[in-house]
Design a protein around this ligand. Structure first.
Ligand code: PGA
Length: 250
């Protein structure tokens, strides 16, 4: 049972320019006044182009930043267009999303994702590791198998307390379709039990992601084992993001 801190993570994807910081300013104003503000943490993942400037603006603020991905090689190197975990850490960012289905779709394998996880941990980054089945896998009743395969990259010697799992059914992302209560409960319990069984790790953190908005949040809050939410579309509007938090605590 997770009665601990909740996470509301905003994944901006390919969105945002410098002036989009006003969204974060509004979130910060809300956070300061909210009577529930001790119960949760807000993390925003803007694109790489904004991370360093936002990181400076958010120094000593409660809202934290995450990158949306990182490269599977570290330090510096001849890898055009890529950003290493080392470079992310250097600008004061402490989280990275790894294994988002939109990146798995463009060719990221479990092996590559494992490399990223290792390097991110080496750099003392916290990881939001995305897992989840696609439509066809769901139709073929392969969800548990897929989750097992994707979680199987984790190793005993990894600092599991630095890894937050985000269960994101691919068919739910951006579609407005969400899993039923029973489906989500089952998969949530499976992931937590798997980590417990395999690593004797009792403190795993698990987020749900996929069409989370001010309405769907009402279905999810009944699942007490969830430690929070990974929010795409609705995180680009401060009002929508705030309404999710408000409805969660209503
Ligand atoms: P969504 O995206 O909230 O727009 O469905 C979630 C995600 O891709 O992380």
């Amino acid at each position: 049972m997770s009665s601990g801190l909740k996470y509301f993570v905003g994944n901006w994807k390919m969105f945002g320019v410098i002036s989009s910081f006003k969204i974060i300013t509004k979130l910060n104003n809300f956070l300061q006044k909210d009577k529930n503000n001790k119960k949760y943490k807000i993390i925003i993942a803007p694109p790489f182009t904004l991370l360093e400037s936002f990181s400076k603006k958010l120094k000593n603020k409660r809202i934290k930043l995450s990158s949306q991905n990182c490269f599977h090689k570290d330090g510096f190197g001849a890898y055009t267009g890529n950003i290493s975990p080392f470079m992310i850490k250097k600008i004061g960012v402490n989280y990275t999303i790894i294994g988002h289905s939109e990146n798995r779709d463009s060719g990221e394998t479990d092996q590559l994702i494992n490399e990223k996880v290792k390097l991110a941990l080496n750099n003392n980054l916290n990881i939001i590791l995305c897992v989840g089945e696609n439509k066809q896998e769901k139709r073929n009743k392969k969800t548990i198998l897929v989750l097992k395969r994707q979680l199987n990259i984790l190793k005993k010697n990894y600092q599991l307390n630095k890894i937050i799992i985000a269960y994101e059914p691919v068919w739910s992302i951006g579609s407005g379709n969400v899993p039923s209560y029973l489906e989500l409960k089952k998969n949530t319990l499976f992931i937590k039990a798997y980590l417990k069984r395999k690593f004797k790790f009792n403190n795993s953190k698990l987020l749900y992601g996929g069409s989370v908005d001010h309405k769907t949040i009402n279905n999810f809050k009944a699942i007490k084992e969830l430690d929070g939410f990974l929010i795409g579309g609705a995180s680009k509007s401060s009002k929508k993001f705030i309404d999710i938090i408000k409805n969660f605590y209503k």
